[in-house]
Design a protein around this ligand. Structure first.
Ligand code: UFG
Length: 323
């Protein structure tokens, strides 16, 4: 299969490129390197282009003639989306519209879309399934919800098949090394906790008065390689299945911030100095998903997503990272 990977120089996208290459597929990466890294694209050809530039997208379709699109290209920092919703809507929605329009022009009819747990907002249930109401509480989540909706409508209107994968907390790195999580600035818990362990600097823990067992937020951490594997299964699923589908990608298990700190201390053998800080605005107490639908329909189950394996792979990346 010939796969166009938009956002393939980013964290999850670069792991997807590797999964596709390992499975013997041909890959073209399209990325504007606004948040991605050239070094993360090791073998595949990279087209340096933004999804806001329709003519560059068209050229990529014309020269590469993909069978399928994997779409990871989005801005994803919740706090920034609140500060600048126009930029988030332009990138995440207008850019995606350009991509879909180009797909139509070039008769490409399958797309796997990166959605997010952020579409659920502040869910009231302990274990989230796909029937939960969508109620995003920030522009980032709204942009993902809007795209899911558009994909459903694009199926009815144009016959475009899609699978939207709602990631819970993507984490970890390819155990074989060379690629990993590298955001600037880094806002995510696991890389921040690893840096605190490595440098002996404090980790700010945002809130200890949540209604959870230890008072810190609970999240469902999923290994980035498990996420990539789900995309391969989704591509296969669409070969036989028409429609616009959505699946949660979570493990069904939650880890609190302090569980993560304990795992980081265990893996690194170093103490993490914790400084309790005020709650970060918009953080739900608990976000944990059932992946029953993804298991039943796609045959997906997370194989590497126990918190220790996640932290171990992330620590290896942290120690050798080159970008
Ligand atoms: N946290 C800290 N200290 C830090 C960083 C994070 O205490 O230095 C806490 C957060 O407050 C939160 C938990 O660790 O309780 C996890 O935070 P992350 O920033 O790692 O991840 P989020 O759950 O906030 O965000 C993730 C994705 C977003 C997505 C969101 C959906 O990164 O893209 O899930 O809710 F929108």
């Amino acid at each position: 299969m010939k796969a166009l990977v938009c956002g393939g120089a980013g964290y999850i996208g670069s792991h997807m490129v590797r999964a596709l290459e390992r499975a013997g597929h041909e890959v073209l990466v399209l990325d504007d390197l606004s948040t991605g890294h050239r070094e993360a694209v090791v073998n595949a050809q990279l087209v340096l282009a933004s999804l806001l530039d329709e003519s560059r997208i068209d050229s990529a379709f014309e020269s590469f003639r993909p069978d399928i699109v994997f779409h990871f290209a989005a801005l994803s920092i919740v706090r920034d989306s609140v500060a600048d919703p126009l930029t988030y809507y332009r990138n995440n929605i207008a850019g995606s519209i350009n991509l879909l329009a180009s797909m139509r022009r070039h008769a490409v009819s399958s797309i796997v879309f990166s959605s997010s747990a952020a579409v659920y907002g502040l869910p009231s249930v302990g274990l989230i399934d796909e029937s939960q109401a969508l109620c995003p509480i920030n522009p980032y989540g709204s942009s993902k919800m809007a795209m899911e909706r558009l994909l459903a409508e694009a199926h009815v209107a144009y016959g475009i098949r899609s699978v939207s994968l709602r990631y819970f907390n993507a984490a970890g790195a390819d155990p074989e090394g060379g690629i990993g999580e590298a955001h600037e600035p880094e806002t995510h818990l696991i890389p921040n906790a690893l840096r605190a362990a490595a440098e002996g600097s404090p980790l700010h823990v945002f809130g200890r008065d949540y209604t959870t067992a230890d008072g810190t937020c609970v999240r469902d951490y999923v290994h980035v390689c498990d996420l990539a594997h789900a995309h391969l299964l989704a591509a296969d699923y669409m070969r036989h299945r028409d429609g616009a589908h959505v699946f949660n990608l979570g493990t069904g298990r939650g880890s609190s911030v302090m569980d993560v700190v304990a795992a980081v201390e265990g893996v690194t053998g170093r103490k993490v100095e914790v400084v309790y800080s005020p709650r970060r605005e918009g953080d739900p107490d608990r976000l944990v998903a059932t992946h029953a639908r993804a298991s039943d329909e796609l045959g997906w189950s997370p194989a590497m997503s126990d918190i220790e394996s996640i932290v171990r792979s992330a620590w290896k990346w942290h120690a050798q990272r080159n970008y």
